[in-house]
Design a protein around this ligand. Structure first.
Ligand SMILES: *Cc1c(COP(=O)(O)O)cnc(C)c1O
Length: 385
């Protein structure tokens, strides 16, 4: 296969997806314009039904973003002042920022170095009498060790009678499975994001809470619309976090393609694995690993670059217009806004190490084999120079 004609490999190129389904996306927006209904409405109701069916959950409630889905979940589960919520530090900011927003305290726990997901043992060590919830992230599209987290909270309940909620941050993991069970069915509530770079991305912001408990679903539905029921009568103080009809219309067009796109992401991941193995780079590049009992949906393909060379490699690839990204360059326990919590960087050694080594490579469905070959060739020349 020739890579001579490749001039650039973007980190993400949504135009390639648009060239296939763009006409249908445009038509769906025209239908919304003609309907005159721009907030919630039939498109959002249809999307809620479609996503619940896709996730095999009983309920789905649309909202304005994945960040709001997390906030609404905590509100719906009555997490508040005096409560502690255990969260990873190696994740996107929104996983933790929702916690102080409801007046509770984020407690950061370290990750498993292989999966980058929360380490159940590290979470167990952080449980106190004040622990009200654990937010488990399915990072990069791979389900976390949910069986262990369930055992952990069941154990606490059996011994003390205290219930600890499990909230799934599934923002990067729609369609991911563990033991044949989809994300969304493991926790008390599960949060999805439709940010454009996610596997199911809108044309703007959007999010959803999926769950199996009617009480939680009803509560999220009430809270997303200012706690209002009926109109102009407010049962409680909610927020304005409605999903708009444009986003739902676009997402209703895209959802039927999601499994096909996930399949293509998986093929790209398998191809990287093969190319890196053939390049003989295993002493400097660690490729991501998954397990037999998981369906990884590959929102990100994240390698570790050893020997302190990550940033140099990234700059080298950029010379060839090869896009990469760093998820995440700094643990949340080291962020300025969380300094009041008093963590030292080395309190979470695996998070600290990951933040210095990770590099995300392009993995979107339309990425070509030639582009992947070109990229891995350049990684190889970087380490040989
Ligand atoms: C994207 C993302 C969010 C937030 O979603 P938004 O829709 O951008 O608000 C939360 N958690 C994780 C892990 C994410 O990747």
């Amino acid at each position: 296969m020739s890579t001579e004609r490749i001039e650039a490999v973007p980190m993400l190129d949504l135009k390639r997806q648009f060239s296939v389904i763009g006409a249908r996306m445009n038509e769906s927006l025209l239908r919304v314009n003609e309907s005159g209904q721009f907030i919630l409405g039939p498109e959002v109701k249809k999307l809620e039904e479609n996503v619940a069916k896709y996730s095999r959950t009983n309920f789905a409630v649309g909202c304005a973003s994945g960040s709001d889905a997390l906030l609404l979940s905590l509100m719906a589960l009555n997490v508040g002042k005096g409560d502690e919520v255990i969260v990873p530090s190696f994740t996107f900011f929104a996983t933790a920022s929702c916690v102080p927003r409801v007046g509770a305290t984020p407690i950061f726990a370290d990750i498993d170095p292989v999966s980058f997901n929360l380490d159940p043992q590290k979470v167990a060590e952080k449980i106190t009498e004040k622990t009200k919830a654990i937010i488990v992230v399915h990072l990069f599209g791979q389900a976390a060790d949910m069986t262990e987290f369930q055992a952990l909270v069941n154990d606490v309940e059996a011994k003390t009678g205290r219930k600890i909620y499990v909230i799934e941050d599934s923002c990067q993991a729609i369609g991911a499975e563990l033991d044949g069970v989809s994300v969304g069915n493991w926790g008390d509530a599960s949060c999805l994001s439709f940010y454009p770079t996610k596997n199911l991305g809108g044309a703007g912001d959007g999010g959803m809470v999926v769950c199996n408990d009617q009480t939680v679903a009803d509560r999220v539905r009430l809270l997303r619309g200012h706690g209002m029921a009926p109109r102009y009568y407010h049962k409680e103080i909610g927020i304005n976090s409605r999903l708009d009809s444009y986003q739902a219309a676009i997402l209703n067009v895209k959802l039927p393609y999601l499994d096909q796109w996930t399949e293509m992401r998986g093929q790209n991941a398998a191809r990287y694995e093969k190319l890196f193995a053939e390049a003989g780079l295993s002493d400097v590049v660690v490729t991501p690993k998954t397990t037999e009992n998981r369906r990884h949906v590959w929102n990100q393909y994240v390698i570790r670059v050893l020997g302190g060379k990550r940033d140099e490699l990234r700059a080298y690839l950029a010379e060839f217009k090869i896009g990469t990204d760093i998820y995440y360059p700094l643990g949340l326990h080291q962020q300025e806004c969380f300094a009041y919590l008093g963590y030292k960087p080395e309190d979470l050694p695996e998070t600290l190490k990951a933040a210095n080594e990770v590099l995300a490579l392009p993995i979107y469905p339309e990425l070509t084999a030639e582009e992947q070959i070109f990229l891995v060739e350049k990684v190889k020349t970087f380490f040989e120079q």
